[in-house]
Design a protein around this ligand. Sequence first.
Ligand code: DAH
Length: 338
Amino acid sequence: MSFKERVRKIKEDAEKFALLTREDLENYRIKFLVKKSEMMELFNIIKDIAPEDRKETGRLLNEVKKAIEEKYKSQHEVFNHKPQDKKNSQDLTLPPFYANKGSRHPIAIIKNKIIEIFSKIGFIIEEGPEIEDDWHNFSALNFPDNHPARDMQDTFFINMEDQLALRTHTSSVQIRTMQSQQPPIRILAPGRVYRNEAVSARANCFFHQIEGLYIDEKVSFADLKQTLFYFVKEMYGDDIEVRFRPSYFPFTEPSAEMDINCTICRGKGCNVCKHTGWLEILGCGMVHPNVLKNCGIDPERYSGFAFGMGIERQSMLLNGVNDLRTFFENDTRFLRQF
Ligand code: DAH
């Protein structure tokens, strides 16, 4: 290879040399710029070239050296750049910072959906304390002392002297609302409730409920049914079937439980509905006259209905979740799905 050819080859190699990392840059320096590099060697032997060619060859060699040094210098600056100006210190060439996006908890999503459905027909939100006294949680709701109905909901007592407990249901908010307002009353009370239960896939020591209450003149069981039909269709879709079963709650008379046909097997029968084709979704009934009286509302003039449902249960049915505990573990792999 002639001298000129060697210079051109060096030029080509240097141009192709990719400088993606600091290591590349160092290898580039060693290959082209140190004393023992081929290019530097050429500078030593240029004196051997015939004098008539020396000038032009020398110019070419100098040009190539300059280009190689330029490339090194500019990349060196990129890697060692320290922002001088704090105000403009953002480096827009850096890879983006990916932040994890949060989302609403599935319980909050369902709660908001239920609130939205009932707010369209005039229900407003009321809230009450999670630490309740015996009167608001039981007595005013027509649970007699020592009545077995109190055993239905194992209670966490906080203070036996004052009979303070963690509320076992959101029905206590009915009482607080009727004590402070006269009809018409149309409220929805979402909140957390507590029961002394062994934790399992189907039960937890705390969960969430939504309570509904409607009190006015001439409110009938037909109003209750139509309101709940409307709710179920909005929530689960037009083709859902509904049935009412007679039930018992101390604070309603008559009382009922409402079932929908199983959202998993659509009524054919499966493990979730225990092969009945039906799933219970809420309790309801006409507010007992004693409850109205306890709150200072005249049962001769006013009547009303109430209903209560578990929020976790609605989410389990809508989303096919089969273990209640997953709602409270805060495992982001679970939460991210909603
Ligand atoms: N409080 C009941 C429970 O926790 C649910 C309930 C049933 C609420 C009937 C109501 C009702 O308002 O009318 O199991």
